[in-house]
Design a protein. Structure first.
Length: 180
């Protein structure tokens, strides 16, 4: 009986430690609208995602991140199935909402701090400003900053730019679905 309790306690302890290390690997992200929508973003028939610009040097940011982010935004919006067409280029046959993403900040954070201290210390983050533009009139409909963070994880969690790109993309799709 004592061996059973000891084994069970070890298993429960291991499950607890692993879940404590894994939980919080990548926070779901958030967004803050600088300029809330002036018109309903759901009224457009299609969405065009422009090339991602960046004000960050390549030694700070993996050059593939901009391409990954654009693809992730397209995939996240397509998954929500709110628009007839979502692509890098859309013709002007129907009302088109153009998203103009720009990476404004990337911080790898400190993996050591995430591992040793936890509780958000040393977190990595990716900040992307997006302008939502009526392609026909070139009028900016909305503008906001979309933020992804990695605050922990197994052995401190990696500052995975692809994972953070996907989290930013989910926030963009969430904004379009809510319309605000």
């Amino acid at each position: 009986m004592q061996r059973f309790l000891s084994r069970r306690n070890c298993v429960l302890g291991l499950v607890f430690v692993v879940s404590a290390l894994v939980v919080g690997c990548a926070a779901p992200g958030k967004y803050v609208m600088k300029n809330p929508p002036t018109t309903d973003v759901k009224r457009f028939g299609s969405v065009e995602v422009a090339s991602v610009s960046t004000g960050i040097t390549e030694d700070e940011l993996d050059p593939a991140t901009a391409t990954e982010l654009r693809s992730a935004i397209i995939a996240a919006i397509q998954k929500e199935a709110m628009y007839g067409k979502v692509a890098p280029e859309v013709d002007m046959s129907e009302a088109t909402l153009q998203i103009q993403p720009r990476i404004v900040q990337f911080d790898r954070g400190s993996r050591t701090a995430r591992y040793l201290v936890g509780f958000g210390a040393g977190k990595a983050h990716l900040d992307v400003e997006c302008k939502f533009v009526d392609k026909e009139t070139q009028r900016v409909i909305a503008e906001g900053t979309f933020i992804a963070e990695i605050a922990g994880g197994l052995f401190g969690g990696a500052s995975d730019q692809e994972m953070m790109s996907k989290n930013v993309a989910k926030q963009v799709a969430k904004f379009l679905k809510k319309g605000k």
